[in-house]
Design a protein around this ligand. Structure first.
Ligand code: T46
Length: 135
C-alpha cells in the first residue's frame, strides 16, 4: 500500500506561519467539506470504517495523532504531527485514528458532503466489498 502525503508550502515570516490548501491544486480533489476533531481523550480510538467513494486529506494542525490504514491486504500506521503535511486517504481504505496527544487538533478536508450511506462500518463487510470490487 502506497502512503500518499502532501507537503504544503509554508509562507513564513517574522509574523509566523501561514499555509494555504487549494482544492484540485494542492490536493487532488475539490474540497466540499471541512471538519475537525479536538478534545479527544487519551486511549480513544476513532474511525473503524472505510468509505465507498470519499477521498480525504488529514492534517494534524496541533499536537499529534496516528492513523492506521488498511487496504484489506496490508496495514500501515502513519504519524501525523506537522500542520504542513496532509495524509491522503482514498476510498476503500479502512482507517483508525488513535494516540491523540493532549490538545491535538485534526482537520479533515473531504471530497464530498457528509453521507452515512458512503460508510462501511463493519470490517467483514469491508473485506466483502473489496472482493466484490475485485481488489
Ligand atoms: C473519517 C474519520 C477520519 C457529521 O454529522 N458530519 C460529518 O461531516 C462527520 C465527519 C460526522 N458527523 C457526525 C456523525 C457522528 O454522529 O459526527 C459524529 C461522529 O462521526 P464519526 O463517528 O464518523 O467520527 P470518526 O472520528 O469515527 O470518523 C470521522 C469521519 O466520519 C470519517 O469519514 O474518515 O473521521
Amino acid at each position: 500500500m502506497e502512503i500518499i502525503q502532501y507537503h504544503f508550502t509554508e509562507h513564513g515570516d517574522q509574523r509566523g506561519q501561514l499555509i494555504a490548501v487549494e482544492g484540485e491544486r494542492d490536493i487532488p480533489f475539490p474540497i466540499r467539506r471541512v471538519y475537525y476533531m479536538y478534545g479527544v481523550g487519551e486511549g480513544v480510538r476513532r474511525g473503524y470504517h472505510a468509505h465507498k467513494e470519499l477521498e480525504q486529506i488529514l492534517i494534524c494542525m496541533h499536537g499529534s495523532c496516528k492513523v492506521l490504514l488498511d487496504d484489506g491486504s496490508e496495514r500501515k500506521s502513519v504519524l501525523l504531527d506537522k500542520p504542513g503535511t496532509g495524509l491522503y486517504i482514498g476510498h476503500a481504505t479502512w482507517r483508525e485514528i488513535y494516540d491523540f496527544s493532549p490538545g491535538a487538533v485534526l482537520v479533515v478536508l473531504a471530497s464530498e458532503i457528509y453521507d452515512e450511506r458512503d460508510y462501511i462500518r463493519d470490517y467483514n463487510e469491508f473485506l466483502n466489498y473489496l472482493t466484490q470490487k475485485g481488489r
